[in-house]
Design a protein around this ligand. Sequence first.
Ligand code: BG6
Length: 494
Amino acid sequence: MAFNKDFLWGGATAANQVEGGFDADGKGLSTSDVMTAGSNKQPRHITWINRETGETGYSELGFGGKRVAPEGAEPAILPGEFYPSHVASDFYHHYKEDIALMAEMGFKTFRMSINWSRIFPNGDDETPNEAGLEFYDHVFDELNAHHIEPLVTLSHYETPLHLAIKYNGWASRDLIDFYVKYATTVFKRYTGKVRYWLTFNEINCMDMMPFVAGGLIDGSAQNRAQGAHNQFVASALAVKAGHEIDSNYRIGQMLAYSQFYPLTADPADQLKALKAMDDNLFYSDVQTGGHYPASRLASYQRQGIKLDDRPEDYDLLAKYPADFLSFSCYTSNVLTTHEDEAEAGGNLMQGVKNPYLTTSDWGWANDPDVLRMALNTLYDRYRKPLWIVENGLGALDKVEADGKIHDDYRIDYLQQNIKSMRDAVTLDGIDLMGYTSWGCIDLVSAGTGEMRKRYGYIYVDQNDEGTGSLKRLRKDFFYWYKKVIASNGEDLSK
Ligand code: BG6
């Protein structure tokens, strides 16, 4: 057997993408609640208002350090706009049915997140919202009743909106205390119901999407560096608090793994790819490795970035690193210094097209080998247990007249990816705890805000305009994955 008998098979979601109920039972607004829907061609927007002048507008997600609302304005919900997180897949009201379907597939684990603004509606409240705490009590009880181990992300691409507006999100050190209070509250409340936790989803996305990953309205390079530092310290303090509350708790990091290939054998291309990998792994060097790498400190110095830090921050980082390293992994990127080739291949920002790989409906390269590379790279670098918490194919699905969904393309993708992961375990000796592929139930895409970019094995009848019966249907993949789990990853045949 490639995988040990306790291997954690399952699927993954995030509160803001699946729950809906955005203002139910005392929940406050989060940063994801002011994001509109987009598409492959049209980016998602953040809507804002200047409360003094009444002026309203849209901004992009803050890529490249741009402000997401002009000075004097703040992100807000505007009448007549559509916000996909508000209803999403309505897991808030369907969780029992959804968990029963997961149990039918034989899930050992379910990755989900707690929406911080359900627990502390503003983020800096004195006391938590009991109704929010109760909702997750019910979800965990339901999971436990089906012998499904929850894997809980504390912050998955949503920060209470009030913290973004009042403090510029994670750019402020105040958020460390608010987050630790939130983490401590849920660690205490759910003792005995949850064992596995992740502190921040894709912490390394702070650089690329500071509003999404850290609630930064002004995402300048200085603020992004400070935002990452504050999250590192908060994560270390959460590990410390979690272990004190329950010594069984295992609290992990979550990294968006990126594999960069050089386009040519030109050493300049090689160096560019290597530096891009290092830039990304900086986040796990600190959170899992416990130390800032010299290259990042040198880069801060070059850019004139000065961290608002304390000597004890660095002791905390070294003393309370993550217990394990989890990551998302979907695709790979190609980089080059040869601009002529880059132009021929496509967009320089996202890298150039890989001539050896096909792409998904959304242009992501299909590259199963990257999973094995990721597992080797991360295990060699940190020697800590790993967990693949996201992997999968976002695709257009068609419901046939008889209600069936024949998603062979998804089976092909996962078949190759699970094979790659299996090779890493059997041939390379990687210590792997589990596999929760992304979006086990259809949910809103984080990148585009669409519903039609579907990853699930459970179809949800909901469209891009936020209407549908919300009925759940089993895709062909559902039955295939059930067999994979039952055979502990031995039987990948169709
Ligand atoms: C990861 C995120 O980056 O990728 C998820 O953690 C996200 O929240 C997933 O949904 C897939 O990306 P997308 O843009 O297809 O939803």
